[in-house]
Design a protein around this ligand. Structure first.
Ligand SMILES: NC(=O)c1ccc[n+]([C@@H]2O[C@H](COP(=O)([O-])OP(=O)(O)OC[C@H]3O[C@@H](n4cnc5c(N)ncnc54)[C@H](O)[C@@H]3O)[C@@H](O)[C@H]2O)c1
Length: 278
C-alpha cells in the first residue's frame, strides 16, 4: 500500500463533517458508519428497522466516540424522507457526505414477464424512488453549504446487476440500472460544487443474503458466476472504495459508477474459460 492510500485509511479527514447514511443499520451501511466516524465524522443513520438501527447506532457511538443519531424512516415515503433530511441537517449542522444506500433484494428466479405488479412497485419504490427522494431533499440543502472546494459528496449504491442485467433478478436489475442513470443526472444537476458517484458491488455477504455465505454462493452458482480475482467480495472491499469517494482524493471525479466485484462485470471474461473456483 502506498503512502497516499495509508493517509485515506488512517487520517481523520472527516472531522467537522456530517455524514448521512441510509440503510445504516446493517451490511455496507453499518460498516461505512464505523469507517466514517473513525475518521472524525458525526453521523445520522437511517433505517426502516428501528431495533437494529438503535443497536448499530449505540455500537458505532461507543466504539468511536462520535455523535451518531438514529432516525427511523422508510426511504420510499416522501413525507418521512423530507422530515428525516430536515432533522439530519439540524442535528449535524452539515451533511457533507450522503451515502444513499438503503435497498432490498426482491423476487428471485421469476422472469420479467411473470413478476407481479406489487413486487415491481415495492422494488422500484424502495430501491429507485427511495434514493431519488433522499437526493431530492438533501441535494439543495447540501448545495447551500459553505465548504470549499466542494460543498458535498453523494455516493449512490447501485449493483453489478445494474450493469449486466440478470433475468434471475429482473426487478432488482432494473432498479439498479435506474440508480446509474439517477447518479449521472444528479452529477450534472449539482455540478460544479457537489460530486455524485455510484458504486456497483458484486457479491458480498450482508443482510441481503441473510448474512449467509452459502445462500450467496448458491445465487452465484445459479447465475454461473465466476470471479476473475478468484475470491468472494468482502464488506471491506466496498468500504475502501467508499472511503476514497468520500475523501478529497476523488474530488475531480463525478458521474461515474465504480464496480467493486473482483472483475465479474468489467473484465468480461467468459466464465467457462476461467480456471477459478469461485
Ligand atoms: N450485498 C451485496 O452483495 C450487494 C451487492 C450489490 C449492491 N448491494 C446494495 O447494497 C445496499 C445495502 O445492502 P446490504 O447488502 O448492505 O444489505 P443489508 O440488508 O445488510 O442492508 C440494507 C439495509 O437497508 C435497510 N432498508 C431496507 N429497506 C429500507 C427502507 N424502505 N427504508 C430504509 N431502510 C431500508 C434494511 O433494513 C437494512 O438495514 C443495497 O442498496 C443493495 O442493493 C448489495
Amino acid at each position: 500500500m502506498n503512502i497516499k492510500c495509508v493517509e485515506i485509511m488512517s487520517e481523520k479527514f472527516l472531522e467537522g463533517k456530517g455524514a448521512l447514511i441510509t440503510g445504516g443499520a446493517s451490511g455496507f451501511g453499518k460498516s461505512v458508519a464505523h469507517a466514517f466516524s473513525e475518521r472524525g465524522a458525526d453521523l445520522v443513520l437511517v433505517d426502516i428497522n428501528e431495533t437494529l438501527l438503535e443497536e448499530t447506532s449505540r455500537e458505532v457511538e461507543k466504539s468511536t466516540g462520535r455523535k451518531v443519531i438514529p432516525i427511523t424512516c422508510d426511504v420510499s415515503d416522501s413525507k418521512c424522507v423530507k422530515k428525516m433530511v430536515d432533522d439530519a441537517f439540524k442535528e449535524l449542522e452539515n451533511v457533507f457526505i450522503l451515502f444513499n444506500n438503503a435497498g432490498i433484494a426482491t423476487t428471485y428466479g421469476v422472469d420479467i414477464l411473470r413478476v407481479g405488479e406489487k413486487a415491481w412497485d415495492k422494488t422500484m419504490n424502495i430501491n429507485l424512488k427511495g434514493q431519488w427522494l433522499v437526493d431530492k431533499f438533501t441535494g439543495r440543502k447540501m448545495n447551500r453549504q459553505k465548504f470549499e472546494p466542494l460543498r458535498g459528496k453523494i455516493i449512490h449504491n447501485s449493483s453489478h446487476y445494474g450493469i449486466v442485467l440478470s433475468p434471475f433478478v429482473p426487478l432488482y436489475s432494473i432498479s439498479k440500472a435506474g440508480i446509474i442513470a439517477l447518479n449521472k443526472l444528479i452529477a450534472k444537476t449539482l455540478a460544479p460544487f457537489i460530486t455524485s458517484n455510484a458504486i456497483a458491488p458484486g457479491f458480498h455477504v450482508t443482510g441481503m443474503y441473510g448474512h449467509r455465505e452459502d445462500i450467496m454462493l448458491q445465487v452465484m452458482s445459479d447465475g454461473d458466476v465466476k470471479t476473475p480475482l478468484n475470491r468472494i467480495g468482502t464488506i471491506k472491499d466496498v468500504v475502501d472504495l467508499i472511503l476514497f469517494l468520500g475523501s478529497e482524493k476523488s474530488d475531480f471525479i463525478t458521474g461515474h459508477c465504480f464496480t467493486v466485484d473482483g472483475g465479474i462485470t468489467e473484465a468480461g471474461v467468459p466464465s467457462h474459460k476461467l480456471d477459478v473456483e469461485i
